[in-house]
Design a protein around this ligand. Structure first.
Ligand SMILES: [Zn+2]
Length: 448
């Protein structure tokens, strides 16, 4: 049974409430390109912040990086991206695996039996020219993954961080792939954002670290409130593995179109650093002072899609409920992910209420993403906040003018409590940090 909501409802909510719009909409849109609106940009930022916190901030064995999108063309020679797409390929319309046309004999996907596209010569990388002359020598590519930035900066990161292996380099950024079959809203797009970690380890310890990261990444989604029954791990079969990869797992989510990949965790062996050593002529082996040995590190790579994570969090949080005989749509997003933490709502647009309501808003907005709304009936404003997943609404009424108290309404329980304005910020802070899912201390599970 696929997810509890169909994609049309999610697309419609995203449009209606300012999460996601078709790109260049006034010109009729551009195929599979999307723009994140006022709510979407907040949700997406919160997902990326949660990843960065778990991967970089809360660990002393990972450092961050922000490398350029355009890289030396030799990088893509070394990585195999230039050559491995020079053959005529077909793509499965269901599972999106690509096959060499010559490998196919019965017009069906060898993996899942799905229908295949027509064979065509293509490279998945977007090509452009650097400088004023459009010639072969000035060809550059928009990166199809952020990972190569970490490989070519391996030595810079090790040297400047003064850290020993195991050491990870993490990056969040845009990637571009000229997909033949994009689709399913923001699930598969040609321009997207990656959250990638390249975790460099001593050969021989790679399998233990691989297991560690598979578990760690799976649990990250659960810690952020995703329902466990909508998540699964799938190990890649031999025919799916890249030729250099030792092992790979996908974290999959039960989307409306079925189980689909959120993130891949791969054991890439020493392929990447070996390739870059070969192509650049620069020795990228590592001297291990503890054991007095030199080796080419192995790499464990958890690689997640920001956009598809955003989509999964939206789908997972979506709920239609009945409240006092009326239907409400609500996003039960974990507070840390919710675009707005608090909405300040004067009972009506009354000139006596407005000054106090504005004052409350000004008091809260330095601490939390807060919105102010005084249009339409209070009931409709609550519904609007429910639909964007705002955990708390603060209502200012005529009583507030006398007793300096306001009402906090909780999104999930619909409970209402009355608090003094001077205690409002503190009360909300406490409630917002009261996340319903227990956090596993990272260091408790870390392996030596
Ligand atoms: Zn297939």
């Amino acid at each position: 049974m696929p997810a509890n909501v169909d994609m049309e409802k999610i697309v419609s909510l995203c449009k209606r409430r300012g999460f996601v719009f078709p790109s260049s909409e006034i010109y009729g849109g551009l195929g599979s390109c999307w723009d994140y609106g006022p709510m979407g940009v907040e949700l997406k930022r919160n997902v990326k912040d949660a990843w960065w916190k778990a991967i970089v901030q809360e660990r002393d064995d990972v450092v961050g990086l922000d490398s350029s999108i355009m890289m030396h063309p030799q990088v893509w020679k070394a990585s195999g991206h230039v050559d491995s797409f020079a053959d005529p390929l077909v793509e499965c319309k269901s599972c999106h695996l690509r096959w060499r046309a010559s490998e196919i004999n019965n017009e069906k996907c060898p993996q899942c039996g799905g229908k295949l596209t027509e064979p065509r010569m293509f490279n998945l990388m977007f090509k452009t020219f650097m400088g004023p002359v459009e010639e072969e020598a000035s060809t550059v590519y928009l990166r199809p993954e952020t990972a190569q930035g970490m490989f070519v900066n391996f030595e810079n990161a090790v040297t400047t961080s003064r850290k020993r292996l195991p050491l990870g380099i993490a990056q969040i950024g845009k990637s571009f792939r000229n997909e033949i079959t994009p689709g399913n809203f923001i699930f598969r797009t040609r321009e997207f954002e990656h959250m990638e970690l390249e975790y460099f380890v001593k050969p021989g310890t790679d399998e233990a670290w691989f297991d560690y990261w598979v578990k760690e990444r799976f649990e990250w989604y659960i810690r952020l409130g995703m329902r466990k029954e909508n998540l699964r791990l799938r190990q890649h079969g031999k025919e799916e593995l890249a030729h250099y990869a030792k092992d790979c797992y996908d974290v999959e989510y039960l989307f409306p179109m079925g189980w689909s990949e959120l993130e891949g965790i791969a054991n890439r062996g020493d392929y990447d650093l070996t390739q870059h050593t070969k192509h650049s002529g620069k020795d990228l082996s590592y001297y291990d002072g503890e054991s007095g040995t030199r080796y080419v590190p192995y790499v464990i790579e958890p690689s997640a899609g920001v956009d598809r994570s955003v989509l999964a969090f939206l789908i997972d949080a979506y709920s239609e409920e009945e409240v006092e005989g009326e239907k409400r749509v609500v996003l039960h997003l974990q507070p840390s992910l919710a675009p707005m933490k608090v909405a300040v709502l004067p009972l009506s647009r009354n000139e006596k209420l407005t000054p106090l309501a504005r004052e409350v808003y000004k008091q809260l907005c330095p601490s939390f993403m807060t919105c102010y709304d005084d249009s339409q009936s209070i009931g409709r404003r609550y519904r609007r906040q429910d639909e964007i997943g705002t955990p708390f609404c603060v209502t200012i009424d005529f009583q507030s003018l006398e007793d300096n108290q306001v009402t906090i309404r909780e999104r999930d329980s619909l409970a209402q409590i009355r608090v003094p304005i001077e205690k409002l910020e503190k009360t909300l802070r406490a409630k917002l940090s009261d996340e319903p899912f227990e956090k596993t201390p990272l260091w408790a599970t870390r392996q030596k």
